[in-house]
Design a protein around this ligand. Structure first.
Ligand code: DSN
Length: 419
């Protein structure tokens, strides 16, 4: 990719792009919701489809000139359906939050009750958090995790669902390190006469790669982003049973969105094709293998890992045993070139902006080609940093080690951006 055009057109923006590429190349990205898509996906997002308005759906648009837009959107739709075994796909949502909003708009009336996992226990803002539209327009109730095991207690979920009688139950989270029992969620939803929405944003790539059970046939509707473990463009996706297709399509357009981002949809089509391949299956397997090794080594080195390990792409660690808060740990690790995010742990006595935990993940590092031995080494570096928050010499040494590790796993080596 040639960035010289940007350099000529706008030096300030170019400098920011150049700086960000250098930052990504020389640091270890461990935020579990981040990833690096292929250059084919990046190029699709910078393609000529950016110019086109195409309100409507393939074969039924409000503007002319749709031959190739229809072709690319149909490819994305058919591949998404095939990849996840879905009867219907809408590939137009701009991202995960608008996708969830569209599902609520399609299936619920204002004031209806929804039930999702509490954000404090790992859920998501759009699953009914008090600052989100999802609790302003709908009545939100929550389930959480068990106080001892920190696992979802399905008997408790069932009890709350039967008591509260929500119209829609949401399964899925942003900081839950274990497998979801979608069958159990489906049975609970059926008994409570609720729709089941699975928000698989975090684990879409693991489902596509066959290392996490699929949400279908248990879910009525499934939402996702396409840029996390699925390793595609920044965007959203709604899959559903056929009977909800019309309501969902109408909610996305014309109710909530205008012109679809066909350049991103082209990137989604490529991403779904990539995710069907054997290499992607290996990739998904490796994400989980890496994460398990990371969790084990962090635990061996004295970190408290929530639920005692992981089944997926993320690890939630309580760092207070190291005398640090989550915010301090995030800042300390950033100083040595390891990017994580501070995160609430279940039943956290601290506040969201300075919680007890950090959330770490392996999707981006696995995309760079790292395997178990790098995870072992990395866990040592992380613990060394957490044990030496004030020691400038030790921190400088870790920063050098991180840079060296990064240089062994080059990121976008063909991308030429000369500052
Ligand atoms: N921002 C996402 C995450 O980091 O999990 C959730 O939307």
């Amino acid at each position: 990719m040639d960035y010289n055009e940007i350099k000529k057109a706008d030096r300030e923006v170019f400098d920011a792009i150049h700086g960000e590429l250098e930052r990504q190349r020389s640091t270890l990205e461990m935020i579990p919701s981040e990833n690096y898509c292929s250059t084919a996906v990046l190029k699709a997002m910078a393609s000529i489809f950016n110019s086109k308005y195409s309100e409507g759906y393939p074969g039924k648009r409000y503007y002319g000139g749709q031959e190739f837009v229809d072709a690319v959107e149909n490819l994305a739709i058919e591949r998404a359906k095939q990849l996840f075994g879905a009867e219907h796909a809408n590939v137009q949502p701009y991202s995960g939050s608008p996708a969830n909003m569209a599902v609520y708009y399609a299936l619920l009336e204002p004031g209806d009750k929804i039930m999702g996992m509490s954000l404090a226990h790992g859920g998501h803002l759009t699953h009914g958090h008090r600052v989100s539209f999802s609790s302003k327009y709908y009545k939100a109730v929550h389930y959480g995790v068990d106080k001892e095991s920190h696992l979802i207690d399905y008997d408790e979920v069932k009890k709350i669902a039967l008591q509260e009688k929500p119209k829609l139950i949401i399964a899925g989270a942003t900081a839950y390190p274990r497998k979801y029992d979608f069958k159990a969620f489906g049975e609970i939803a059926q008994e409570a006469e609720a729709y089941l929405l699975v928000d698989m944003a975090h684990i879409a790539g693991l489902i596509a790669g066959g290392v996490h059970p699929n949400a279908f046939p248990h879910a009525d509707v499934v939402t996702s982003t396409t840029h996390k473990t699925l390793r595609g463009p920044r965007g959203g996706l709604i899959l559903s049973k056929r009977e909800y297709a019309k309501a969902i399509d109408h909610a996305v357009f014309p109710s909530l969105q205008g012109g679809p981002h066909e350049h991103v949809i082209a990137g989604k089509a490529i991403c779904f094709k990539e995710a069907m391949g054997e290499d992607f299956k290996k990739y998904a397997k490796q994400i989980v293998k890496n994460c398990k090794v990371l969790a084990d080594r962090l635990m061996e080195n004295g970190l408290d890992i929530i639920t005692g390990g992981t089944d997926n792409h993320l690890v939630l660690a309580d760092v207070t045993s190291k005398g640090l808060s989550g915010k301090q740990a995030e800042e300390l690790l950033e100083e040595v070139g390891i990017t994580v995010n501070k995160n609430m742990i279940p039943f956290d006595p601290r506040k969201p902006f300075d919680p007890s935990g950090i959330r770490l993940g392996t999707p981006a590092l696995t995309s760079r080609g790292m395997e178990e031995s790098e995870m072992e080494y990395l866990a040592e570096l992380i613990v060394k940093a957490l044990d030496n928050p004030e020691n400038s010499l030790v921190k400088a040494g870790i920063r050098e080690d991180v840079k060296e590790l990064c240089s062994k796993f080059p990121l976008y080596p063909d991308m030429e951006v000369q500052g």
